[in-house]
Design a protein around this ligand. Structure first.
Ligand SMILES: C[S@@+](CC[C@H](N)C(=O)[O-])C[C@H]1O[C@@H](n2cnc3c(N)ncnc32)[C@H](O)[C@@H]1O
Length: 247
């Protein structure tokens, strides 16, 4: 999705875009935000969208930069976080520049590195890492490729339980994705980059960051299927949460 697509979705963001922080039932994101906070620290919300995580940051950090490519999303974010005077809103395309905000002690980046096009995604990742001060921390949430494959398996299992012919069951549950080997999975027809745990470790290490923790943010099956059957329980689908320190 490009700037215009994100602008178009700004007013209906809550209905259209999955709310990661609200579904972080174990409070993994908030506990890392809290652990790294301090009265003289600054934080950046990279790809802040409509600002769901801005209060969490603004209450714990001296200064917060809310950065997004979509000016419409930034407008909604500014409206909803007007109670906080320590937030600066920055309109920037991370794949092109990093103007307008300094490197921060903590960078929170939730489902922003989704672009399936390598020529967009590589600079996006590069600038995300460089938005962290040396010795500072990156808190990253990205879609999991393993989880997408598990979802396809559950879909197949469901088809078989419904008595579908095995070959048809497999065909019907296929991800049907061009570029699956590079982590491209289509979500609502949008090619979306999904990551392996090992890939995250390697790509962060190559950019001078040490991974401190990688955890699953688990969600119910209703996030993947309409009315999932009762037998469909753990293992649940998940996004990866990564905490890394820039060397
Ligand atoms: C899936 S939304 C997540 C928003 C927010 N982090 C949340 O969890 O609600 C992705 C956000 O990343 C922003 N984004 C996508 N590409 C970007 C880029 N190249 N530079 C800056 N922001 C970008 C979009 O405008 C959108 O607001």
């Amino acid at each position: 999705m490009n700037e215009r697509d994100w602008d178009d979705v700004a007013e209906t963001f809550e209905e259209d875009i999955f709310n990661v922080p609200a579904n972080d039932t174990k409070g993994i994101i908030e506990s890392w935000v809290e652990r790294l906070a301090g009265p003289d620290r600054c934080a950046t919300d990279l790809g802040c969208g409509v600002g769901r995580t801005l209060p969490m940051l603004a209450e714990r950090y001296a200064k917060v930069y809310a950065v997004d490519v979509s000016s419409q999303c930034l407008e909604v974010a500014e409206r909803s976080a007007r109670a906080y005077s320590n937030i600066r809103y920055v309109h920037a395309d991370l794949s092109k520049d990093r103007n307008g905000y300094p490197a921060a002690d903590v960078v929170l980046c939730i489902n922003t590195l989704l672009n399936a096009a390598i020529e967009v995604r590589e600079p996006l990742i590069e600038r995300t890492v460089r938005s962290v001060k040396r010795g500072g921390h990156l808190l990253l949430v990205v879609p999991s490729l393993n989880s997408a494959l598990l979802t396809a398996f559950r879909h197949l299992q469901w088809n078989l339980r419904n008595g579908m012919d095995p070959k048809e069951a497999q065909r019907e549950a296929a991800l049907n994705s061009k570029g699956l080997e590079h982590g491209t999975v289509y979500i609502d027809n949008v090619p979306t980059k999904h990551y392996l745990k090992e890939e995250l470790e390697a790509l962060l290490d190559a950019r001078g960051s040490d991974v401190l923790s990688i955890e699953k943010l688990e969600y119910p099956w209703s996030t993947e299927f309409d009315s999932p059957p009762r037998w469909m329980k753990a293992p649940y689908p998940w996004d990866w949460f990564v905490a890394a320190r820039r060397r």
